[in-house]
Design a protein around this ligand. Structure first.
Ligand code: UDP
Length: 375
């Protein structure tokens, strides 16, 4: 336990050393504020943390690929590190056959042997017409009316049901809108202008952000909450918002993941790509990540991670918010409480209960900093 003799020693106590907390701490420190960052994990960086295994940056909490359309955010992260020119182009394995993702001319050729956009459109439009639904109410209907039966059954249905643990017909339609459909031979998974992996890994960004900031790891805010609250003028809280309010409006639900990571000695290239998705239900995991390919590694060994979606419980990491009506209603109640707070700022994926990408978290932190210092 840390004792601060109930003195207001800091301007900000920042709970969580992930991207949101680190950006906030960096900007507040730059403005001359005294910050203390605490994190219950043994390391900084939250879910972008990488572990060095034989010179390979292993993405400990799932693959992170930086991408944004926002030039200001791109320049912001480039202050701390250089990025390589990695472009995410996942391969999909469905019943032993390989396909390119996202859905593009390569995929259509692999599925149907078509060689021109016109031929592909003819097939897809016929399948959409045969299906006939105009106003999709769930993910299954959305996919079938957007891309047709073949792609839905080969590349979407089983993957999605493994990922979320429920029927695609019970999931909200918006999840599938994340996936681009293209009539060009373009395997770039993202539509954004800027993309890459930090050279030296994500830890270099976190180190840069937290340079000169006091950070304590292995520290659980809730173990000494009263004491921590008294040591700073304001709190920036990036943990689960329902936990902060003692679950008084019920628990917010999540989907969790289990990662099985292994080092393959003397195998320099296991799968030839950073990300291979497994899209049928015979394979229990959703993807295998081969970390070295994010950085074009030439080491003699390789490290791979199988990613298994799992039911979430308190003891597991909360990865994906379950965005159904029940959880959104609960979140709105917590958010109303948060809005009435004068001394606490809530931010980040867990405190805002949002399936944020990295660039969105940085944007959110910079926005909150601007509001904070405008007052
Ligand atoms: N998805 C799919 N097949 C794939 C990859 C993704 O059907 O091969 C669907 C799935 O429903 C998933 C959603 O698209 O939940 C978003 O996937 P994305 O890869 O963008 O999410 P990530 O898990 O990487 O954040």
């Amino acid at each position: 336990m840390i004792s601060y003799n109930n003195m207001l020693k800091y301007d900000y106590l920042i709970v969580g050393a992930g991207l949101f907390g680190s950006v906030f701490a960096h900007e507040a420190t730059k403005k001359g504020k005294r910050c203390l960052v605490i994190d219950k994990r043994p390391h900084k960086g939250g879910n972008v943390y990488c572990e060095d295994v034989s010179g390979i940056n292993v993405h400990k909490y799932g693959a992170h690929i930086f991408h944004t359309n926002d030039k200001a955010i791109w320049e912001y992260v480039n202050q701390f590190t250089e990025f390589n020119n990695y472009i995410n182009s996942p391969i999909s394995n469905s019943k032993g056959k390989l396909y390119n993702l996202p859905f593009n001319m390569n995929t259509f050729y692999q599925l149907w042997g078509v060689k021109t956009p016109q031929e592909a459109k003819t097939i897809i439009n016929k399948q959409i017409q045969d299906y006939g639904t105009k106003q999709p109410k769930n993910l299954e209907e959305q996919a079938l009316s957007l891309i047709g039966k073949d792609i839905y059954e080969t590349l979407i249905k089983d993957y999605t049901e493994k990922q979320w643990g429920i029927k695609a017909s019970k999931l909200p339609a918006f999840i599938i809108k994340r996936l681009p459909v293209r009539y060009t031979f373009d395997n770039n998974y993202f539509n954004d202008t800027y993309q890459g992996i930090p050279i030296g890994g994500y830890n270099t960004i976190i180190e840069g952000l937290l340079k000169g900031v006091e950070v304590k790891t292995n520290v659980d805010f809730f173990e000494n909450q009263d004491e921590y609250i008294q040591c700073a003028n304001k709190i920036v809280y990036t943990g689960k918002i329902d936990e902060y309010y003692n679950y008084q409006h019920g628990k917010l639900e999540y989907r969790s993941l289990r990662f099985e990571t292994e080092t393959l000695q003397d195998i320099s290239n296991f799968q030839g790509n950073a990300v291979v998705n497994y899209n049928d239900k015979q394979v229990p995991y959703t993807r295998i990540i081969e970390h070295k390919h994010f950085q074009f590694g030439t080491q003699k060994d390789t490290v791979i991670t199988r990613e298994y979606p799992e039911a979430w419980s308190d003891k597991k990491e909360a990865y994906y918010p379950i965005n159904n009506e029940l959880n959104q209603k609960r979140y709105q109640k917590y958010n109303a409480l948060a809005k009435s707070e004068k001394h606490i700022i809530f931010g980040g994926r867990l405190a805002e209960y949002k399936y944020y990408d990295m660039h969105q978290i940085i944007a959110s932190a910079l926005k909150k900093i601007t509001i904070e210092f405008a007052n």
